[in-house]
Write a protein that binds this ligand. Structure first.
Ligand SMILES: N[C@@H](CCC(=O)N[C@@H](CS)C(=O)NCC(=O)O)C(=O)O
Length: 254
């Protein structure tokens, strides 16, 4: 899988017949869908795009040019992480990722909804630092506290139960990125081990879930991307090893 992000003028790679996900390597919403595709064991191609210089063809798959978008059949696509993930879980019912109890499914959706405020606080802290204010820090911690309380009351390893499910894969990409905030000079956003013991145990368990592990990026990597984006020049291709050219040491002249 290439980590290069295609941009304006780049051609659309040929369709292979597999599901194809249009994403951006550092996008938490796209990560939600990658995790679900991984958890379902589905075969898929991943196409990363530069969101500042979007390739023209992205609009054939996603009307606003946002990611994720899933091409489920050649030339036919759906967009939005939640829409795609519910579709995938219903279309491929083996290994269901949602609770069988309708009430629990509703509770999972409400939890995701409630967590959105913490996500917004994170976005502002990461990418719009001057707007940081105490209310935002408070909102962020309220979100973490809410999540911890839910983990404690459910008493299971994951929110979904003994194994991770859709609710976990939906929230996880943000938790993965939250750990980068103290590294970019935002200590107020640290997830303190004493205060958040249950949450920290959960975070560590999520890092070991195979669907997560294979796409996981360390806090340091997220921090680097955040800094580049906050400066107005997101380094989309920072993980693209094909861009590192084959510099061989020159032979010394005799
Ligand atoms: N609600 C959407 C949000 C997707 C979203 O905001 N994606 C961002 C990247 S993380 C994007 O495509 N931004 C480009 C743009 O808005 O033009 C979802 O859940 O998929």
């Amino acid at each position: 899988m290439s980590e290069k992000h295609l941009q304006t003028g780049d051609v659309l790679p040929p369709y292979s017949g597999k599901l194809r996900l249009f994403a951006m390597r550092f996008c938490p919403y796209a990560e939600r869908t990658v995790l679900v595709l991984n958890a379902k064991g589905l075969q898929y191609d991943l196409v990363f795009i530069n969101l500042d210089q979007k390739p023209e063809w992205i609009y054939n798959f996603s009307p606003k040019g946002t990611v994720p978008a899933l091409e489920y059949e050649q030339g036919k696509a759906i967009f939005d992480s939640n829409i795609i993930n519910f579709y995938l879980d219903e279309k491929y019912p083996d290994g269901p990722l949602q609770a069988s109890d309708p009430l629990r499914r509703a509770e999972d959706k409400m939890l995701v909804e409630e967590f959105a405020s913490a996500q917004s606080a994170f976005y502002t802290a990461a990418f719009n630092p001057p707007a940081l204010n105490p209310t935002m820090v408070e909102t962020y911690h309220k979100g973490l506290e809410r999540l911890q309380k839910e983990l404690e009351s459910r008493g299971t390893k994951f929110l979904n139960g003994d194994s991770a499910g859709l609710v976990d894969y939906t929230l996880w990409p943000f938790l993965e990125r939250f750990e980068a905030l103290p590294l970019i000079g935002k200590p107020e956003f640290a997830i303190d081990k004493t205060k958040y013991a249950a949450l920290v145990t959960y975070i560590e368990a999520m890092k070991n879930v195979p669907a997560v592990k294979s796409y996981y990026l360390a806090a340091e990597t997220h921090a680097k991307f955040m800094e580049s984006r906050a400066k107005g020049d997101p380094n989309y291709n920072m993980l693209d090893t094909s861009a590192v050219c084959c510099m061989r040491p020159r032979k010394k002249k005799e």
